[in-house]
Every structure is written in structure tokens, then in C-alpha cells.
Design a protein around this ligand. Structure first.
Ligand SMILES: [Zn+2]
Length: 104
């Protein structure tokens, strides 16, 4: 089973994916049989520890994977012209962009 956000995670089990993440994911969009992002989103335990505002950002982040079919964060950054700061991952830049009303 593949999961969006990190191409290297393809083929990992749920447990491997969770424990290989440095802090544990909040949510994960699963991949479909074609290897693109599906409409199925897993909400991990960390999601429920987020603030309401954080949960909204997480859900929109996963919605972007599902709606575009894009798996990798770099592809999403490129598609929407999101600026990635020097100390940000592409995933963090996407979340900051969402928090700022889908503006850089
Ligand atoms: Zn993602």
C-alpha cells in the first residue's frame, strides 16, 4: 500500500510508515492502484492532538493530494507556485501556504 507525501514510503506497511516518520504523521492520503493519490485519507492519532485550526490545515493538505492526484510534496509545490523557505520541508511550506489563505 502506498502513501502520499513521500515517494520513498511506497511499499511500506502502515506501521513502517508511521515509525519511519520523524515525529509521526497527522494524516496520510493513500495511493490508488495507479499509484496516484486516492480519496482515502487516514487520520493518525496525532491528528486528534492538533488544534482545530491545525486539523483544518491537515485536512486541506490531504484534500490537495486527493484532488490533484499528486503524491509528492515537490510536485504540489511546483503546481501551485508555493515558496519553500530555507528551513522548511516542502510539506511544511504547503501547510504554511494553506494557513496563509493559499498565498505565499
Ligand atoms: Zn502531504
Amino acid at each position: 500500500m502506498g502513501m502520499a507525501g513521500n515517494a520513498a514510503s511506497s511499499g511500506e506497511s502502515f506501521a513502517q510508515y508511521f515509525y519511519n516518520s520523524s515525529y509521526g504523521p497527522n494524516a496520510t492520503t493513500l495511493l490508488n492502484a495507479q499509484g496516484t493519490a486516492s480519496g482515502i485519507v487516514v487520520l493518525w492519532s496525532n491528528f486528534y492532538a492538533e488544534t482545530a485550526a491545525g486539523q483544518i490545515v491537515t485536512l486541506i493538505h490531504e484534500l490537495i493530494h486527493s484532488m490533484t492526484g499528486l503524491v509528492g510534496h515537490d510536485a504540489i509545490v511546483q503546481k501551485f507556485g508555493i515558496t519553500v523557505g530555507p528551513r522548511q520541508t516542502a510539506s511544511q511550506a504547503i501547510d504554511a501556504w494553506i494557513q496563509n489563505g493559499c498565498h505565499n
